[in-house]
Design a protein around this ligand. Structure first.
Ligand code: ATP
Ligand code: MG
Length: 363
């Protein structure tokens, strides 16, 4: 069986370092590993519209931001198909048929959707499109026969829902769809990177992000103003490492060699954490170290972005070409699905013949 990746992001803002450690960095590694037959990376504009119906301009503006982030992180259109969801009408058709295989109560149990409804104050008026987006995600994944979906932890319920749809479809209509597997980051802290405000998740919608496209000065300013341990008032006080976003970011980004370069007082993160917990290590010193580590990671991305920004029409061309390739693939799957569901009347010569005979024998 061929190995296929499908994943993507909503164009609700430029991508942030949570996307980077949660999914984007891994995608680039998988792309360059040469182990995958096909890689599809989707800008999920139709999904973004499910909770931004009144703000299409936001979605429109952010398509290019996300595309620039992709390219500057190393996604390569020669190896990965970069495309825009709304340009593939077959995805809507698939969703429509999958809707018959999922119950309202099943959708209501989705923990990610539940918390997103709360976050967006949708409790009393949930748009139907938003409520059903896990089904549309199943269409996205299955349209490409994806075997591997590299995403952050918040997406686990969506992959679960997709698997259920695949099993149900295959058991009702015969083996057609491919069962996908989630690929989570190995590093536990990258599963769900918190925001700079210490909130559970860095998220475009929560305004607590360090963006990949932020300037060096903005990144520094955000890091220096980050939430830490509120009980750590004086340098000599013992500090809390656990749940402290500054240390969580260090766990996500720093390697031992960073200490040699930027903070030779310690050999590794454990030593720094022990000192912080004992007392005697100030937040400013830790934040300055984090700033050095993150700037080192983000600088090459920023540089490449500046290059790609010089030819914006070329980026749209890449997305158009990718969308055409993606549509061809999705059309193949849709036709398999319609065959399996026996709604392929005009291609089904046996059906036409059978009906002709039925009416002939009625006479
Ligand atoms: P929105 O607020 O519009 O939902 P978002 O910041 O949650 O935006 P998405 O486009 O929904 O971003 O997520 C894209 C991908 O990035 C998903 O695979 C998701 O799991 C991952 N991701 C998003 N935020 C984080 C995070 N803070 N930590 C780890 N992974 C994340
Ligand atoms: Mg999200």
């Amino acid at each position: 069986m061929s190995k296929v990746i499908l994943t993507g992001d909503r164009p609700t803002g430029p991508l942030h370092v949570g996307h980077y450690v949660g999914s984007l960095k891994r995608r680039v590694e998988l792309q360059n590993s040469g182990e995958y037959d096909k890689i599809f990376i989707m800008i999920a504009d139709a999904q973004a519209l499910t909770d931004n119906a009144d703000n299409p301009e936001k979605v429109r503006q952010n398509i290019i931001e996300v595309a620039l982030d992709y390219l500057s992180c190393g996604l390569d259109p020669a190896k990965s198909t970069l495309f825009i969801q709304s340009q593939i009408p077959e995805l809507c058709e698939l969703s429509f048929y999958y809707m018959n295989l999922v119950t309202v109560s099943r959708l209501q149990r989705n923990p990610t959707v539940k918390s997103e409804i709360q976050m967006r104050n949708f409790e009393t008026s949930i748009p139907v499109g938003f409520f059903t987006y896990p089904i549309s995600q199943a269409a996205d994944i299955t349209a490409f026969h994806a075997t591997t979906v590299p995403v952050g932890e918040d997406q686990a319920p969506m992959i679960e829902q997709t698997k259920e749809i695949v099993h149900k479809f295959n058991s009702v209509y015969g083996e057609t769809l491919t069962d996908p597997n989630i690929l989570l980051p190995d590093n536990k802290v990258c599963l769900r990177l918190p925001g700079i405000d210490g909130k559970a998740k860095m998220s475009k919608s929560l305004n607590n992000c360090i963006y990949l496209s932020d300037s060096e000065a903005d990144v520094k300013q955000k890091i220096m103003s980050m939430f830490t341990d509120p009980g750590h008032l004086r340098v000599q006080d013992p500090g809390k490492v656990e749940g402290n976003p500054v240390f969580i970011y260090l766990e996500a980004f720093c390697r031992d060699e960073h200490f040699e370069r930027y903070c030779p007082d310690y050999q590794n993160l454990q030593e720094m954490e022990d000192h912080y917990a004992r007392g005697g290590l100030g937040d400013v010193k830790v934040k300055k170290f984090l700033n050095n580590v993150m700037q080192e990671e983000l600088e090459p991305i920023r540089k490449r972005r500046k290059e790609f920004e010089k030819d914006i029409p070329e980026i749209y061309r890449i997305l158009k070409e990718g969308s055409e390739a993606a549509e061809a693939e999705a059309a193949r799957t849709l036709s398999e699905v319609k065959n399996a569901m026996k709604i392929n009347y005009f291609e089904d010569q046996a059906l036409i013949q059978e009906q002709a005979e039925r009416f002939a024998s009625d006479k």
